[in-house]
Each structure stands twice: as structure tokens, then as C-alpha cells.
Design a protein around this ligand. Structure first.
Ligand code: ZN
Length: 147
């Protein structure tokens, strides 16, 4: 949101000489943070699977602030807000990590593998940070069944 993610268009603005400013994942658009984390086909497919995993209709977020701002699908409990926010940030982190793997190593996850990584990492991060009945909430929402 602060234009600090070193996507190709930001590097180009800062004078880094690149062979292309197009998305390394799809090559269909300029690589911006919004494209990489939200609007790229790969990112959309990942988000759609995550929403499906959480049993909610896909949300058409086209901006970073819409995608990552706090909203809660698990009621108004503090744990629910925390889990959903942590999951969204995990998605963003792993989409960026996957983009870098494609850019620098020439390979990347498939969408199902990326979602699997998101499930494992978000569970691990949340389990280490949240106190109280997080496990009950996690099981209650069926979120652990894919692990
Ligand atoms: Zn793309």
C-alpha cells in the first residue's frame, strides 16, 4: 500500500534497468503490487480457493486496501478477526514468495500447492500467537480438515 514492494514497476520508477515490467507470473499485465497480490490470474485463483476453504463467496477486491483491510467473516470475536487477518496476510506473503520463486528460480507452486502452503503456514503462525480458544475456533470452522 506504500509502494514499497519491489515489483517491477516500482523498481523501474526507481531507475533499475529491467528487461520487462510485465508480470513474471502471467506476462499479461504490468507488475504492480495490486496485480501480483490480487489481480494476477494466479493470485485470483489462490484467493478463490481460500474463500472456498472458508466457505464464503469470493470477494472481488481489486485494491490492496480492500483485500487486506480488517473485515471479519467469523463474527465479531477477537479471535475470529485475528485469524482472518492473519490468514489474509499469510496469503499475501506466500503470493509474494511464490512470485519470487518464479522470478529467481524459474519455478513456482501450482494453485493447490500454494493454498496448501497457506493453510500450513497460517495455522502455524496463528497457533504460535493466539491465546485462548483458537483451536476450538479453528476446528469449529472446519479449517483444519485440509491439513
Ligand atoms: Zn500476473
Amino acid at each position: 500500500m506504500k509502494q514499497r514492494l519491489p515489483v517491477r514497476t516500482e523498481l523501474d520508477k526507481r531507475g533499475v534497468d529491467l528487461h520487462s515490467v510485465r508480470c513474471p507470473m502471467c506476462d499479461e499485465d504490468l507488475e504492480t503490487a495490486e496485480h501480483t497480490l490480487i489481480n494476477c490470474k494466479f493470485a485470483k485463483d489462490v484467493w478463490n480457493r481460500v474463500y472456498k476453504w472458508w466457505n464464503i463467496n469470493s470477494v472481488s477486491a481489486h485494491t490492496l486496501s480492500n483485500a487486506f483491510k480488517e473485515n471479519c467473516i467469523l463474527g465479531t470475536s477477537k479471535s475470529g478477526k485475528y485469524i482472518w487477518q492473519a490468514l489474509k496476510w499469510t496469503c499475501g506473503y506466500l503470493l509474494w514468495k511464490n512470485r519470487n520463486s518464479r522470478e529467481f528460480k524459474g519455478d513456482s507452486w501450482t494453485v493447490p500447492l500454494a493454498v496448501n502452503e497457506i493453510q500450513i503456514m497460517s495455522f502455524d503462525w496463528i497457533a504460535r500467537r493466539i491465546k485462548g480458544d483458537w483451536m476450538k475456533l479453528w476446528f469449529y470452522n472446519g479449517l483444519i480438515m485440509h491439513l
